[in-house]
Design a protein around this ligand. Structure first.
Ligand code: NAD
Length: 411
């Protein structure tokens, strides 16, 4: 598997050729400010001790405290966490929220853990990293295989260690602990606002067909919201299979079936295909919402979509990205398309700081405004440099990060 941090560096060099940042600032952007590796010993249910490896990469804090999720996955690596933390830095800049970029992860297959063991891993991660966290220092959130329940345990552990309440130290919390209304589906809702604008620019019909790779937090909410908005979802994939129906799938049926059985439904008129097939079915729009590097040199030729909206982080390798650009396929990059999650995370922190919670409508309206403004800024930058949306987003974001570094004298 290719190294996602190499992709980060490749992207950075490409954008530097376009915007020519100050050399000293650019050099600093090639490195995370700090990476931390910790061991997390856990007493397992059978009485043995397992030691899990955890990471936190604090990439850049020029624009505000480090911000980024915690991923629990068996393939988590330091390079992956570093890459994700860099993307968070650009993402918070694209949507113009006063935060930097960070990311964390634990090498663990959560499917092998009991609830008690999962809680012990979550609390152990925070115990190991507490000195580096804080609402004004570094603010974690959920990512792959972590959720509000995990955030609740983590908040409890952190507040127990420091001895005071600090709800803004972590976002994506349960509502009872200061979570924001709308946070659970914020990534998908943000992606919907962006997808609608991109589809308009490309003159795609209002009922355009969509294929979605990944049916977890990002993918399943995206499917529901896109269906509600009038799009026709023709294919959905999880890690085991793709379900495809050219006339459109019934999302609530599939969601219910997945919830109760863990599998995607085989309904009448649906074809059950390989997991990878979702990338090549006929659809106007493709939404990768699984893991990074899903679209690469070897499978990019199979893509039929006119528009790709990256709900996942880093789903297209730089090589595939260049091929898509040359084929005239528009790719809305992750740092714009999936920034709804971190934007509502920021709203959650603002509400925690005010100790006053907004209505769901307030959250949705504020998110729409942020996403639409970010889309226009990226689109204008892309037009100005006559380049791809990814390069436009990077040019816009890196210029903002570089300005903050310069203003701090970090040159
Ligand atoms: P999740 O664990 O809830 O879901 C991941 C989904 O991807 C699962 O349905 C899994 O079966 C599927 N999957 C895994 N490998 C696959 C494969 N090879 N082919 C098809 N499907 C596959 O994770 P999530 O929170 O939905 O995150 C998905 C992506 O979105 C990640 O890249 C994450 O970093 C990104 N993201 C998530 C959020 C958020 O708020 N959840 C925010 C920003 C970005």
């Amino acid at each position: 598997m290719s190294n996602p941090f190499e992709s980060v560096l490749t992207q950075l060099c490409l954008v530097q050729e376009l915007i020519h940042l100050d050399d000293n600032i650019f050099k600093r952007l090639l490195f995370p400010e700090r990476v931390i590796e910790v061991s997390i010993p856990v007493k397992m249910d059978d009485g043995t001790t397992s030691v899990f490896t955890g990471y936190r990469s604090q990439y850049n804090s020029a624009r505000g405290p480090y911000k980024g999720g915690i991923r629990f996955h068996k393939d988590v690596s330091l390079n992956e966490v570093k890459a994700l933390s860099a993307w968070m830095t650009w993402k918070t800049a694209v949507v113009d929220i006063p935060l930097g970029g960070g990311k964390g992860g634990v090498v663990v297959d959560t499917k092998t853990l009991s609830d008690r063991e999962l809680e012990a891993v979550s609390r152990g991660y925070i115990r190991a990293l507490a000195p580096f966290l804080g609402s004004d220092r570094d603010v974690p959130a959920p990512d792959v295989s972590t959720d509000a329940r995990v955030m609740g345990w983590m908040l409890d552990e952190y507040e127990h260690i420091v001895g005071y309440r600090d709800p803004g130290v972590i976002t994506g919390k349960p509502l009872s602990l200061g979570g924001s209304l709308g946070r659970e589906y914020a990534t998908a809702l943000g992606a919907l606002f962006i997808l609608v604008q991109a589809a308009q620019k490309l003159h795609l019909p209002k009922n355009a067909t969509v294929a979605i790779q990944g049916f977890g937090n990002g993918g399943s909410h995206a499917a529901r919201l896109l269906e509600e908005a009038g799009y026709t979802i023709v294919a959905i994939a999880d890690s085991k299979s793709t379900v495809y129906r050219s006339e459109g799938l019934n999302i609530s049926e599939i969601t219910e079936h997945k919830r109760t059985t863990g599998n995607l439904k085989t309904c009448s008129g649906c074809e059950k295909l390989s997991s990878e097939a979702v990338l090549s079915v006929p659809a106007d729009i493709l939404v990768p919402a699984a893991l990074e590097n899903a679209i690469h040199r070897d499978n990019v030729k199979n893509i039929q979509a006119k528009l790709i909206v990256e709900v996942a982080n880093g789903p297209v390798t730089p090589e595939a990205d260049a091929i898509l650009y040359n084929r005239g396929i528009t790719v809305v990059p992750d740092i714009l398309a999936n920034a709804g999650g971190v934007t509502v995370s920021y709203f959650e922190q603002v509400q925690n700081a005010m100790n006053y919670m907004w209505t769901e409508e307030d959250v949705k309206n504020k998110l729409k405004e942020k996403m639409e403004t970010a889309f226009e800024s990226v689109w204008d930058t892309k037009e100005r440099y006559n380049t791809s949306m990814r390069m436009g987003a990077y040019a816009f974001a890196l210029t903002k990060v570089a300005q903050a570094m310069k203003d701090r004298g970090r040159v």
